[in-house]
Design a protein around this ligand. Structure first.
Ligand code: NAD
Ligand code: IPM
Ligand code: MN
Length: 332
Protein backbone atom coordinates (compact mmCIF):
# COMPACT_ATOMS: atom_id res chain seq x y z
CA UNK A 1 0.00 0.00 0.00
CA UNK A 2 1.14 3.53 -0.81
CA UNK A 3 0.34 6.08 1.89
CA UNK A 4 0.59 9.86 1.48
CA UNK A 5 1.69 11.35 4.80
CA UNK A 6 0.70 14.99 5.22
CA UNK A 7 1.65 16.49 8.57
CA UNK A 8 0.39 19.99 7.72
CA UNK A 9 0.72 22.88 10.16
CA UNK A 10 0.73 23.55 13.89
CA UNK A 11 0.10 20.46 15.99
CA UNK A 12 -0.55 18.51 12.76
CA UNK A 13 3.21 17.95 12.60
CA UNK A 14 3.45 16.80 16.19
CA UNK A 15 0.53 14.38 16.19
CA UNK A 16 1.26 12.82 12.78
CA UNK A 17 4.88 12.33 13.73
CA UNK A 18 3.62 10.24 16.69
CA UNK A 19 1.08 8.33 14.59
CA UNK A 20 3.80 7.46 12.07
CA UNK A 21 6.03 6.12 14.88
CA UNK A 22 3.15 3.84 15.92
CA UNK A 23 2.66 2.76 12.29
CA UNK A 24 6.40 2.03 11.93
CA UNK A 25 6.29 -0.12 15.07
CA UNK A 26 3.73 -2.36 13.32
CA UNK A 27 6.29 -3.16 10.55
CA UNK A 28 3.65 -3.36 7.80
CA UNK A 29 4.63 -3.26 4.10
CA UNK A 30 3.44 0.32 3.61
CA UNK A 31 5.31 2.79 1.42
CA UNK A 32 5.10 6.27 2.94
CA UNK A 33 5.10 9.29 0.64
CA UNK A 34 5.67 12.50 2.64
CA UNK A 35 4.09 15.65 1.23
CA UNK A 36 4.28 19.25 2.36
CA UNK A 37 0.99 21.10 2.00
CA UNK A 38 -0.67 23.84 4.01
CA UNK A 39 0.26 27.28 5.29
CA UNK A 40 4.03 26.88 4.79
CA UNK A 41 3.50 25.82 1.16
CA UNK A 42 1.15 28.78 0.68
CA UNK A 43 3.78 31.18 2.06
CA UNK A 44 6.40 29.73 -0.33
CA UNK A 45 4.31 29.15 -3.48
CA UNK A 46 1.12 31.21 -3.06
CA UNK A 47 -0.94 27.99 -3.05
CA UNK A 48 -1.40 25.61 -0.14
CA UNK A 49 -1.50 22.54 -2.37
CA UNK A 50 -0.10 22.27 -5.91
CA UNK A 51 -1.36 20.28 -8.91
CA UNK A 52 1.70 18.05 -8.52
CA UNK A 53 0.79 17.36 -4.90
CA UNK A 54 -2.69 16.35 -6.07
CA UNK A 55 -1.21 14.04 -8.72
CA UNK A 56 1.04 12.40 -6.10
CA UNK A 57 -1.93 11.99 -3.77
CA UNK A 58 -3.99 10.37 -6.55
CA UNK A 59 -1.20 7.80 -7.04
CA UNK A 60 -1.43 6.82 -3.37
CA UNK A 61 -4.07 4.49 -1.93
CA UNK A 62 -4.83 6.68 1.02
CA UNK A 63 -3.70 9.66 3.09
CA UNK A 64 -2.81 10.17 6.72
CA UNK A 65 -3.30 13.86 7.44
CA UNK A 66 -2.63 16.10 10.46
CA UNK A 67 -4.24 19.52 10.10
CA UNK A 68 -3.62 22.72 8.20
CA UNK A 69 -3.96 26.33 9.27
CA UNK A 70 -6.27 28.46 7.13
CA UNK A 71 -4.15 31.35 5.71
CA UNK A 72 -5.45 34.93 6.05
CA UNK A 73 -6.44 35.19 2.38
CA UNK A 74 -10.00 35.58 1.07
CA UNK A 75 -9.00 33.78 -2.16
CA UNK A 76 -7.55 30.79 -0.28
CA UNK A 77 -8.82 27.48 -1.56
CA UNK A 78 -9.02 25.00 1.30
CA UNK A 79 -6.59 22.10 1.09
CA UNK A 80 -9.01 19.81 2.85
CA UNK A 81 -11.93 20.67 0.62
CA UNK A 82 -9.75 20.33 -2.49
CA UNK A 83 -8.64 16.83 -1.52
CA UNK A 84 -12.10 15.71 -0.40
CA UNK A 85 -13.75 17.01 -3.58
CA UNK A 86 -11.11 16.02 -6.16
CA UNK A 87 -10.96 12.47 -4.84
CA UNK A 88 -14.74 12.47 -4.32
CA UNK A 89 -14.46 11.30 -0.72
CA UNK A 90 -18.11 11.72 0.00
CA UNK A 91 -18.46 10.08 3.41
CA UNK A 92 -16.89 11.63 6.49
CA UNK A 93 -17.06 9.11 9.32
CA UNK A 94 -16.61 10.33 12.87
CA UNK A 95 -16.98 7.70 15.61
CA UNK A 96 -17.86 9.13 19.00
CA UNK A 97 -17.19 6.69 21.78
CA UNK A 98 -15.65 6.83 25.24
CA UNK A 99 -12.05 5.79 25.83
CA UNK A 100 -10.72 3.90 28.86
CA UNK A 101 -11.09 5.87 32.08
CA UNK A 102 -11.92 9.18 30.39
CA UNK A 103 -15.22 10.96 30.74
CA UNK A 104 -16.11 14.18 29.01
CA UNK A 105 -18.18 17.14 30.18
CA UNK A 106 -21.29 15.09 30.96
CA UNK A 107 -19.41 12.49 33.02
CA UNK A 108 -21.07 9.62 31.14
CA UNK A 109 -19.49 6.76 29.27
CA UNK A 110 -22.56 4.83 28.11
CA UNK A 111 -22.70 6.17 24.53
CA UNK A 112 -21.30 4.94 21.23
CA UNK A 113 -22.45 6.62 18.04
CA UNK A 114 -21.06 7.51 14.64
CA UNK A 115 -21.60 10.75 12.75
CA UNK A 116 -21.83 10.13 9.00
CA UNK A 117 -21.30 13.53 7.46
CA UNK A 118 -21.97 14.25 3.78
CA UNK A 119 -18.60 15.55 2.64
CA UNK A 120 -18.88 17.10 -0.82
CA UNK A 121 -21.86 19.43 -0.99
CA UNK A 122 -24.22 21.40 1.30
CA UNK A 123 -22.76 24.69 2.54
CA UNK A 124 -19.35 23.53 1.26
CA UNK A 125 -20.38 23.80 -2.40
CA UNK A 126 -17.76 26.50 -3.00
CA UNK A 127 -20.38 28.47 -4.94
CA UNK A 128 -20.00 31.90 -3.40
CA UNK A 129 -20.43 35.50 -4.39
CA UNK A 130 -18.78 38.22 -2.37
CA UNK A 131 -19.65 41.91 -2.68
CA UNK A 132 -19.10 44.89 -0.42
CA UNK A 133 -22.52 44.85 1.17
CA UNK A 134 -23.85 41.40 0.57
CA UNK A 135 -22.34 37.93 0.23
CA UNK A 136 -23.87 34.62 -0.82
CA UNK A 137 -23.01 30.98 -0.31
CA UNK A 138 -25.11 28.52 -2.26
CA UNK A 139 -26.16 25.44 -0.32
CA UNK A 140 -26.29 22.50 -2.70
CA UNK A 141 -28.19 19.31 -1.89
CA UNK A 142 -28.49 16.72 -4.67
CA UNK A 143 -30.45 13.48 -4.88
CA UNK A 144 -27.28 11.62 -5.89
CA UNK A 145 -25.23 13.08 -3.01
CA UNK A 146 -27.98 12.43 -0.47
CA UNK A 147 -28.58 8.89 -1.71
CA UNK A 148 -24.98 7.76 -1.54
CA UNK A 149 -24.44 9.12 1.98
CA UNK A 150 -27.77 7.64 3.11
CA UNK A 151 -26.75 4.27 1.67
CA UNK A 152 -23.37 4.49 3.40
CA UNK A 153 -25.06 5.29 6.73
CA UNK A 154 -27.61 2.46 6.35
CA UNK A 155 -24.86 -0.05 5.51
CA UNK A 156 -22.98 1.04 8.61
CA UNK A 157 -26.16 0.88 10.75
CA UNK A 158 -26.65 -2.75 9.65
CA UNK A 159 -23.28 -3.65 11.20
CA UNK A 160 -24.32 -1.88 14.43
CA UNK A 161 -27.73 -1.45 16.10
CA UNK A 162 -29.67 -0.95 12.86
CA UNK A 163 -30.68 2.49 14.07
CA UNK A 164 -30.40 5.69 12.04
CA UNK A 165 -31.07 9.32 12.97
CA UNK A 166 -31.41 11.73 10.06
CA UNK A 167 -30.39 15.24 11.12
CA UNK A 168 -31.62 18.19 9.07
CA UNK A 169 -33.21 21.65 9.23
CA UNK A 170 -36.01 21.20 6.72
CA UNK A 171 -38.35 23.44 8.74
CA UNK A 172 -36.31 26.38 7.46
CA UNK A 173 -33.99 25.14 4.72
CA UNK A 174 -36.12 23.87 1.85
CA UNK A 175 -33.03 22.17 0.39
CA UNK A 176 -33.04 19.83 3.39
CA UNK A 177 -36.45 18.45 2.45
CA UNK A 178 -34.72 16.62 -0.42
CA UNK A 179 -32.01 15.30 1.93
CA UNK A 180 -34.61 14.14 4.44
CA UNK A 181 -36.87 12.48 1.86
CA UNK A 182 -33.98 10.59 0.23
CA UNK A 183 -32.60 9.45 3.61
CA UNK A 184 -36.05 8.29 4.76
CA UNK A 185 -36.70 6.38 1.52
CA UNK A 186 -33.28 4.73 1.70
CA UNK A 187 -33.72 3.71 5.35
CA UNK A 188 -37.23 2.37 4.68
CA UNK A 189 -36.03 0.40 1.64
CA UNK A 190 -33.13 -1.05 3.62
CA UNK A 191 -35.30 -1.89 6.63
CA UNK A 192 -33.38 0.31 9.06
CA UNK A 193 -35.10 1.74 12.16
CA UNK A 194 -34.96 5.45 11.61
CA UNK A 195 -36.19 8.75 12.86
CA UNK A 196 -35.34 12.33 12.04
CA UNK A 197 -34.35 15.26 14.21
CA UNK A 198 -33.96 18.98 13.59
CA UNK A 199 -30.32 19.89 14.08
CA UNK A 200 -30.88 22.38 16.91
CA UNK A 201 -32.81 19.98 19.12
CA UNK A 202 -30.36 17.24 18.09
CA UNK A 203 -27.49 19.28 19.55
CA UNK A 204 -29.38 19.47 22.86
CA UNK A 205 -30.34 15.80 22.83
CA UNK A 206 -26.79 14.67 22.06
CA UNK A 207 -25.54 16.43 25.18
CA UNK A 208 -28.44 15.24 27.39
CA UNK A 209 -28.94 11.69 26.06
CA UNK A 210 -26.04 10.61 23.81
CA UNK A 211 -26.73 6.94 24.61
CA UNK A 212 -29.91 7.12 22.50
CA UNK A 213 -27.99 7.33 19.21
CA UNK A 214 -26.31 4.81 16.95
CA UNK A 215 -25.69 6.14 13.43
CA UNK A 216 -26.36 9.80 12.65
CA UNK A 217 -26.49 10.95 9.04
CA UNK A 218 -26.40 14.64 8.24
CA UNK A 219 -25.35 17.33 5.81
CA UNK A 220 -21.85 18.78 5.61
CA UNK A 221 -21.88 21.79 7.97
CA UNK A 222 -24.18 20.23 10.58
CA UNK A 223 -21.86 17.20 10.68
CA UNK A 224 -18.87 19.49 11.14
CA UNK A 225 -20.42 21.31 14.09
CA UNK A 226 -21.97 18.28 15.78
CA UNK A 227 -18.67 16.40 15.64
CA UNK A 228 -16.67 19.07 17.51
CA UNK A 229 -19.52 19.32 20.02
CA UNK A 230 -19.52 15.54 20.46
CA UNK A 231 -15.77 15.59 21.15
CA UNK A 232 -16.69 17.30 24.43
CA UNK A 233 -18.69 14.18 25.34
CA UNK A 234 -15.59 12.03 24.77
CA UNK A 235 -13.35 14.40 26.72
CA UNK A 236 -11.28 16.33 24.17
CA UNK A 237 -10.96 17.21 20.51
CA UNK A 238 -7.60 15.51 20.86
CA UNK A 239 -9.35 12.12 21.15
CA UNK A 240 -11.66 12.02 18.12
CA UNK A 241 -10.55 10.52 14.79
CA UNK A 242 -12.16 10.56 11.36
CA UNK A 243 -12.13 8.91 7.96
CA UNK A 244 -13.04 10.46 4.62
CA UNK A 245 -14.12 7.63 2.35
CA UNK A 246 -14.66 7.54 -1.41
CA UNK A 247 -15.00 4.77 -3.99
CA UNK A 248 -11.25 4.61 -4.68
CA UNK A 249 -9.45 6.69 -2.08
CA UNK A 250 -9.62 7.31 1.63
CA UNK A 251 -8.16 9.95 3.86
CA UNK A 252 -7.69 9.70 7.63
CA UNK A 253 -7.35 12.69 9.94
CA UNK A 254 -8.15 13.83 13.47
CA UNK A 255 -11.35 15.88 13.79
CA UNK A 256 -9.34 18.72 15.36
CA UNK A 257 -7.44 21.51 13.61
CA UNK A 258 -3.88 22.81 13.82
CA UNK A 259 -4.46 24.28 17.33
CA UNK A 260 -2.13 27.33 17.04
CA UNK A 261 -2.70 28.05 20.75
CA UNK A 262 -0.69 24.96 21.77
CA UNK A 263 1.50 24.39 18.69
CA UNK A 264 5.24 23.81 19.35
CA UNK A 265 4.63 23.32 23.05
CA UNK A 266 4.90 19.53 22.81
CA UNK A 267 1.63 18.97 24.64
CA UNK A 268 -0.78 18.14 21.81
CA UNK A 269 -2.76 14.96 22.36
CA UNK A 270 -1.73 12.54 19.58
CA UNK A 271 -4.56 10.07 20.29
CA UNK A 272 -7.02 11.45 17.69
CA UNK A 273 -4.29 11.04 15.06
CA UNK A 274 -3.37 7.56 16.30
CA UNK A 275 -7.03 6.48 16.25
CA UNK A 276 -7.26 7.89 12.70
CA UNK A 277 -4.36 5.55 11.88
CA UNK A 278 -6.42 2.76 13.45
CA UNK A 279 -9.31 3.64 11.11
CA UNK A 280 -6.88 3.48 8.19
CA UNK A 281 -5.71 0.00 9.23
CA UNK A 282 -9.35 -1.17 9.46
CA UNK A 283 -10.10 0.27 6.02
CA UNK A 284 -7.09 -1.65 4.68
CA UNK A 285 -8.27 -4.85 6.43
CA UNK A 286 -5.27 -4.89 8.78
CA UNK A 287 -7.73 -5.79 11.49
CA UNK A 288 -5.30 -7.32 14.00
CA UNK A 289 -2.99 -4.33 13.79
CA UNK A 290 -5.94 -1.96 14.18
CA UNK A 291 -6.93 -3.81 17.35
CA UNK A 292 -3.38 -3.56 18.73
CA UNK A 293 -3.41 0.21 18.14
CA UNK A 294 -6.79 0.62 19.85
CA UNK A 295 -5.65 -1.53 22.79
CA UNK A 296 -2.46 0.55 23.01
CA UNK A 297 -4.49 3.75 23.31
CA UNK A 298 -6.73 2.33 26.03
CA UNK A 299 -3.71 0.87 27.84
CA UNK A 300 -1.88 4.21 27.88
CA UNK A 301 -4.96 6.07 29.08
CA UNK A 302 -5.55 3.50 31.81
CA UNK A 303 -1.94 3.98 32.94
CA UNK A 304 -2.91 7.66 33.35
CA UNK A 305 -0.31 8.77 30.80
CA UNK A 306 -2.36 11.73 29.64
CA UNK A 307 -1.83 15.13 28.03
CA UNK A 308 -3.11 18.38 29.64
CA UNK A 309 -6.34 18.52 27.54
CA UNK A 310 -7.52 15.48 29.54
CA UNK A 311 -6.11 16.73 32.83
CA UNK A 312 -2.75 15.01 32.64
CA UNK A 313 0.79 16.35 32.65
CA UNK A 314 2.33 14.06 30.03
CA UNK A 315 3.76 15.39 26.79
CA UNK A 316 3.02 14.28 23.22
CA UNK A 317 6.26 12.31 23.15
CA UNK A 318 5.43 10.51 26.42
CA UNK A 319 2.21 9.21 24.88
CA UNK A 320 4.06 8.28 21.69
CA UNK A 321 6.78 6.32 23.55
CA UNK A 322 4.19 4.51 25.68
CA UNK A 323 2.12 3.59 22.61
CA UNK A 324 5.15 2.37 20.65
CA UNK A 325 6.37 0.39 23.66
CA UNK A 326 2.97 -1.33 24.00
CA UNK A 327 2.81 -2.16 20.27
CA UNK A 328 6.35 -3.58 20.26
CA UNK A 329 5.56 -5.79 23.26
CA UNK A 330 2.43 -7.16 21.56
CA UNK A 331 4.42 -8.07 18.46
CA UNK A 332 7.49 -9.49 20.25
P1 NAD B 1 -8.67 23.47 16.70
O1 NAD B 1 -9.37 22.16 16.57
O2 NAD B 1 -7.34 23.59 16.06
O3 NAD B 1 -8.52 23.83 18.26
C1 NAD B 1 -9.66 24.02 19.11
C2 NAD B 1 -9.24 23.85 20.57
O4 NAD B 1 -8.98 22.46 20.85
C3 NAD B 1 -7.95 24.59 20.91
O5 NAD B 1 -8.02 25.11 22.21
C4 NAD B 1 -6.88 23.51 20.85
O6 NAD B 1 -5.76 23.73 21.66
C5 NAD B 1 -7.66 22.27 21.31
N1 NAD B 1 -7.12 21.07 20.67
C6 NAD B 1 -7.33 20.68 19.37
N2 NAD B 1 -6.66 19.56 19.13
C7 NAD B 1 -6.00 19.22 20.25
C8 NAD B 1 -5.13 18.15 20.60
N3 NAD B 1 -4.79 17.19 19.72
N4 NAD B 1 -4.61 18.12 21.85
C9 NAD B 1 -4.95 19.06 22.74
N5 NAD B 1 -5.78 20.10 22.49
C10 NAD B 1 -6.30 20.17 21.24
O7 NAD B 1 -9.66 24.58 16.11
P2 NAD B 1 -9.38 26.13 15.77
O8 NAD B 1 -8.48 26.73 16.80
O9 NAD B 1 -10.71 26.70 15.54
O10 NAD B 1 -8.64 26.10 14.36
C11 NAD B 1 -7.24 26.33 14.20
C12 NAD B 1 -6.88 26.23 12.72
O11 NAD B 1 -7.08 24.88 12.28
C13 NAD B 1 -7.75 27.11 11.80
O12 NAD B 1 -6.90 27.66 10.82
C14 NAD B 1 -8.74 26.13 11.18
O13 NAD B 1 -9.18 26.54 9.91
C15 NAD B 1 -7.88 24.88 11.08
N6 NAD B 1 -8.60 23.61 11.06
C16 NAD B 1 -8.04 22.63 10.32
C17 NAD B 1 -8.58 21.37 10.32
C18 NAD B 1 -7.92 20.33 9.50
O14 NAD B 1 -6.97 20.63 8.80
N7 NAD B 1 -8.35 19.09 9.57
C19 NAD B 1 -9.71 21.09 11.12
C20 NAD B 1 -10.25 22.11 11.91
C21 NAD B 1 -9.68 23.38 11.89
C1 IPM C 1 -13.03 19.53 9.69
C2 IPM C 1 -12.61 20.98 9.52
C3 IPM C 1 -12.77 21.41 8.08
C4 IPM C 1 -14.25 21.31 7.72
C5 IPM C 1 -12.24 22.79 7.71
C6 IPM C 1 -10.87 23.05 8.24
C7 IPM C 1 -12.26 22.97 6.21
O1 IPM C 1 -13.29 21.80 10.39
O2 IPM C 1 -12.45 18.64 9.06
O3 IPM C 1 -13.93 19.27 10.51
O4 IPM C 1 -15.00 22.25 7.95
O5 IPM C 1 -14.64 20.26 7.21
MN1 MN D 1 -14.46 20.73 11.83
Amino acid sequence: MKLAVIEGDGIGKEVISSAVKVLDALSLPIEKVPLEVGLRKWEKCGVAITDEDMETIKECDCILFGAVTTPPDPDYKSVLLTIRKELDMYANIRPIKPLAGITGITGRNDFDFVIVRENTEGMYSGIEELHDDVSYTTRVITRKGSKRIAEYACKLAKTRKNNLTIVHKSNVLKSDKLFLDVCRDTARYQDIDYKDMLVDSMAYSLICSPQKYDVIVTTNLFGDILSDMSAALVGSLGLVPSANIGEKHAFFEPVHGSAPDIAMKGIANPIAAVLSLKMMLEWHDDTEEAKIVEDAVNHVLTQKIRTPDINGSARTKDIEYALVDYVRKQLA
